[in-house]
Ligand binder design. Structure first.
Ligand SMILES: N[C@@H](CC(=O)c1ccccc1NC=O)C(=O)O
Ligand SMILES: [Zn+2]
Ligand SMILES: [Zn+2]
Length: 215
């Protein structure tokens, strides 16, 4: 007997893309509309979406922060699949510093939970950024992907994008806008494949965590 229910628990850590989705101030609003409708005699329903490349849960491509960086279609997928450590950074103030990190060993990917409750309904500018030194330190430990439930690893008002540039220096990858409300600190399998957008500076993701058998 086959069943769609996996024996390992899955956490869907993606935002729902829908009209009204909070977006970076000034960026393109998410819009969805039906272009063909069954209730108007079409044999099928078909929709159209307009959105920023940084809508909801997404992976930044290096092209976002480097003029000659890889685009979303050119990125290798390895960083986006594999074991990760979810770090509960609630209670940290200012920015996530090295001193705020738990023991990191044999970890390829680190995801930071910073919100008590993810702000699904409004844009909040007061997120907890990741210090560039923390990115550097994680890179030296072998970490190749950093994720956050915030809209950016840098502060909203940053013009220097220090954390993004530390990521660039070490050829790491970034996930942003994860929803980690229901996820306890610990190790999981991450699967978050960015859409293959040619020339894209980011790729929208359906991101999930899966229970590890040996967690
Ligand atoms: N830093 C954000 C995105 C970002 O910077 C941004 C996204 C949309 C519109 C404008 C942005 N930055 C503008 O100054 C990110 O890391 O993806
Ligand atoms: Zn982004
Ligand atoms: Zn970013």
């Amino acid at each position: 007997m086959s069943s769609w229910k996996s024996s390992r628990r899955i956490w869907d850590i993606s935002q729902v893309l829908r009209p009204g989705l909070p977006v970076w101030p000034g960026d393109t609003e998410f819009a969805f509309e039906r272009t063909w409708r069954m209730d108007e005699g079409s044999p099928v329903n078909v929709g159209r979406m307009t959105m920023s490349t940084h809508s909801g849960t997404h992976a930044d491509a290096p092209l976002h922060y480097a003029e000659d960086g890889l685009d979303a279609a050119g990125m290798e997928l390895d960083p986006y699949i594999g074991t990760c450590l979810v770090v509960d950074a609630r209670g940290v103030s200012g920015e996530v510093d090295v001193a705020d990190l738990p023991h990191i060993e044999s970890v390829d990917r680190v995801l930071f939970r910073t919100w008590d409750a993810f702000p699904h309904e409004q844009w909040r500018s007061d997120w907890l950024p990741i210090a560039a030194e923390t990115v550097e330190w994680l890179a030296l430990q072998g970490v190749k992907l950093i994720g956050t439930d915030a809209p950016s690893v840098d502060p909203q008002e940053s013009k220097t994008m220090d954390a993004h540039h530390a990521v660039l220096k070490h050829d790491m990858r970034i996930l942003e806008g994860l929803v980690l409300d229901d996820v306890a600190e610990g190790r999981y399998e991450l699967i978050a494949l960015p859409l293959k957008v040619g020339g894209g500076d980011a790729g929208l993701c359906r991101a999930i965590l899966r229970e590890l058998l040996d967690a």
